[in-house]
Design a protein around this ligand. Structure first.
Ligand code: BDR
Length: 318
């Protein structure tokens, strides 16, 4: 049976890679893509998503417009890394128009799709968690009807990429992340920042991956050029990867949802999000000593089968 996915994203470069990996997987059916502000303002996210679907010849997949701002936090984007437009600032003059979007909004659409496929849908969330927080407010029973939730976000060692201690998706909407970690009691798998850094793709592999002679590879080479340059630059030498490879953060959550054998090590622990700290707002809290008395625990990814992951990347540009 095919794995049924809803993808909630803020299409920047790694979201684009995650979509392409999902669309190349033979065992996957993408039921819908819901968009959220994040790496770039919502309008760009919508355009970028349609651009990626066009390259993959999959404009038949319904795309829904979601939240344009966080629940309470100050709005922020990640243009320095992904480009102002979110896809490396290499516009496509023939990009598909926003008239292709569905009329229904993201949160009600997620609820409807899941009601039509109870217990079957894997929700992959690679953006700030605002749309997911709205969905559970609209329908408190929504999480129970999911098969599983896969999140790229949070951190495990208080290493940030946006604030000193905070990872972008959680810092961009800490209240939403708090609500989701509290109320999504379905099986939950988290790909945190430090894990993604430690499982980066070696540069030699990236060269090989992008050298494929296809339209998809040419597109990826173009949109990833800016972020790859940044990732190799001196600014990034302080990152855990220290310039050793490319971290396609969102693709870990996606790949785990597609291939149950990808994650070779994880740990189960109750998690929440700090909402008040001056330096730690948005940081993920791991409750190893069970102080919070939370019944629900999440699986925190620690290691992957990198060869399987690389193969998914190769297939995504064929
Ligand atoms: C996350 O933030 C975004 O910039 C990436 O797309 C990823 O979802 C990494 O912290």
């Amino acid at each position: 049976m095919k794995k049924k996915l809803i993808i909630d994203l803020d299409t920047g470069v790694d979201d684009a890679q995650a979509i392409m990996v999902a669309l190349a997987a033979p065992n996957v059916e993408v039921l819908g893509i819901t968009c959220c502000f994040g790496n770039t303002p919502l309008e760009n996210v919508l355009k970028n998503t349609l651009r990626v679907l066009k390259v993959c010849n999959r404009l038949d997949i319904p795309v829904y417009c979601g939240c344009s701002e966080p629940l309470l936090a100050r709005k922020r984007h990640a243009g320095d890394y992904h480009g102002k437009d979110g896809l490396g600032d290499v516009p496509d003059p023939d990009a598909p128009g926003l008239e292709l979007l569905q009329k229904k909004k993201a949160a009600p659409a997620m609820i409807k799709i899941v009601n039509q496929n109870p217990g079957e849908v894997r929700l992959v969330a690679t953006a700030p968690l605002t749309n997911l927080a709205v969905a559970v407010q609209l329908d408190p029973s929504f999480p129970k009807k999911l098969n599983a939730l896969y999140i790229m976000g949070g951190n495990t060692e208080s290493r940030g990429n946006t604030t000193a201690c905070g990872e972008f998706n959680f810092v961009a909407d800490p209240e939403a992340a708090y609500i989701v970690l509290d109320r999504y009691t379905c099986p939950t798998y988290i790909a945190p920042w430090e894990f993604s850094c430690r499982n980066s793709l070696p540069w030699s592999f990236c060269d090989h991956w992008l050298s494929q002679n296809t339209e998809k590879a040419a597109f990826m080479k173009k949109i990833a050029s800016l972020s790859m340059k940044k990732a190799r630059s001196a600014d990034y030498q302080k990152e855990i990867t220290a310039g050793q490879g490319f971290n396609s953060c969102d693709t870990y959550a996606m790949a785990a949802a597609i291939d149950d054998a990808l994650i070779t090590e994880s740990e189960e622990v109750a998690v929440t999000v700090e909402l008040e700290g001056t330096n730690t707002r948005g940081m993920m809290v791991l409750d190893y000593i069970e102080q919070l008395k939370k019944k629900h625990k999440a699986f925190i990814m620690k290691n992957i089968d990198l060869e399987r992951f690389k193969q998914m990347f190769m297939n995504s540009l064929k």
